[in-house]
Design a protein around this ligand. Structure first.
Ligand code: SAJ
Length: 438
């Protein structure tokens, strides 16, 4: 361990990063910038070639990432391969592959993780440190990661190699910044592993590095996102109650949050992304036992219901304007799951569009961050009978409602992200319905 610790402290350890997605790519670039020799292993050949040429495959606004990638590729600090056998001389290996949950069973789909472990196992050298960054259900390190690595490497965890879990805390739009400034939890399968991982991350993380055991770290990561999902569900439920009584939930939220120790989240058209809708299910899956959770699954149901609620508001708005939804042209603004990003994973717009099409509306999707949807906004909404705001992109916040009114055929505006003022919209003749503010 001492040699490895020394190699890590001196940045002499070769670092392999398996999976160059939203998590792995910024991590690989950050360790390369810190002075390590980094090997990025990416199974997608096109993506590997792009990154190897210094071209950042992540769209949207990611301050500093494209420049840093180009710098470390030019400087030879980061090399990219699709061949995991090139990891054999790495003293440190990080795995940052996707860990989705099955859309029906809500159970984790660990195909990518298992494949990465199977590929790495035979190339795992004695004395190295392996860190999982992907979000995993509690008990996964003990039940899946450790046995699979020991089986495929023939080595013994804690004796021949060190194993730790350090969950990512990235967010699209702030990938590099969050990596540097967010506190990190490091769960070691042994205290020695946690200590080595802490030495490693100290080179790229300026915030706290809290070491603990792997199970605690798995619980922390999934709990922090379940917490957020429940908080958002609470805000969405208050929005629905405000609709019942004709109140403005955003005014209610503003004043609630002036009360000490309150932090009511923002209601809206739904909860998408690669973390918040998925991690509560990982938490529930990994803690199965006699005691059953009620709040967490219920919150998921509330949040998954919001896009359908937006569709109901559109139906209502069209009816008020004397237009049946069948055959109506509906312009849906926003395809990504989060404002000003090009990330559509688990986007609430998908179930909304499915519902509107099931109601036989003609749907036009617009989103400036997706080539296939970045038609001219005026063209997208011209002649529409209903405009639905699903994502608070800056481009939509800057739309002049007078222009919008002139472009539409029937003035129905459904505001899923509270970006327009209800009174102004109504003065211009819109049938305006906002989530929690109708
Ligand atoms: N959303 C709401 N209301 C809110 C907050 C979010 O409806 O008050 C919606 C968003 O529109 C989006 C979805 O929820 O559709 C997820 O939003 P998010 O801000 O949680 O974005 P994520 O999924 O990228 O969350 C990540 C998480 N980070 C990690 O898992 C490492 C989350 O824990 C962070 O709090 C978040 O980034 C962040 O703000 O950094």
């Amino acid at each position: 361990m001492e040699d490895l610790g020394q190699a890590i402290r001196g940045k002499k350890a070769k670092v392999a990063v398996i999976g160059l997605g939203y998590v792995g790519l910024p991590v690989a670039c950050s360790f390369a910038r810190a002075g390590f020799q980094v090997l990025g292993v990416e199974r997608d050949e096109t993506r590997a070639a792009q990154i190897g040429a210094g071209i950042c495959p992540i769209g949207g606004r990611e301050p500093g990432l494209a420049e840093l990638l180009n710098e470390v590729i030019e400087g030879g600090r980061l090399q990219v391969t699709t061949d995991s056998s090139e990891c054999r001389d790495a003293e440190v290996a990080l795995i940052a592959v996707e860990t989705p949950v099955d859309s029906v069973s809500k159970k984790p789909s660990y195909e990518a993780l298992r494949a990465a472990l199977r590929d790495l196992g035979p190339n795992l050298g004695p004395g190295c440190l392996l860190v999982i960054e992907s979000t995993i259900a509690p008990q996964t390190m003990e039940r899946i990661v450790k046995p699979l690595l020991e089986e495929t490497s023939g080595l013994k965890a804690d004796e021949d190699f060190h194993l730790a879990y350090c969950p990512e805390r990235v967010m699209p739009g702030k990938l590099l910044a969050n990596l540097r400034t967010c506190n990190r939890v490091i769960g070691g399968m042994s205290p020695a592993a946690a200590g080595l991982a802490r030495e490693l991350y100290r080179h790229i993380v300026e915030a706290d590095l809290d070491t603990t055991d792997a199970l605690t770290a798995e619980l922390v990561k999934t709990t922090e996102n379940a917490y957020r999902d429940v908080q958002i569900a609470f805000a969405n439920e208050i929005a629905l109650l405000c609709e019942n009584v004709g109140a403005d939930v955003y005014q209610v939220r503003r004043l609630v949050n002036k009360s000490p120790y309150r932090d009511m989240h923002v209601p809206g058209a739904g909860v998408g992304g690669h973390c918040t809708p998925k991690d509560p299910w990982l938490l529930v899956h990994g803690t199965e036992g006699k005691l059953q959770p009620k709040l967490i699954p219920t919150a998921r149901g509330i949040n998954d219901g919001m896009p359908l609620h937006v569709a109901a508001l559109a139906e209502e708005g069209l009816a008020e304007a004397g237009r049946p939804v069948k055959g109506a042209k509906v312009a849906v603004l926003g395809y990504s799951y989060l404002e000003n990003t090009s990330d559509a994973r688990n986007s609430p717009t998908v179930p909304l569009v499915e519902r509107l099409q099931a109601l036989q509306a003609t749907v036009v999707i617009h989103d400036p961050h997706f080539a296939e949807y970045s038609i001219d906004l005026e063209e997208a909404v011209t002649g529409s009978d209903c405009v639905v705001i699903m994502v608070a992109h800056d481009e939509y916040r800057n739309v002049d409602l007078t222009d919008l009114r002139a472009w539409v055929a029937t003035p129905v505006l459904i505001d899923g992200r509270n970006i327009f003022d209800k009174a102004t919209a109504r003065e211009l003749g819109f049938v305006y319905k906002g989530v929690g503010n109708r």
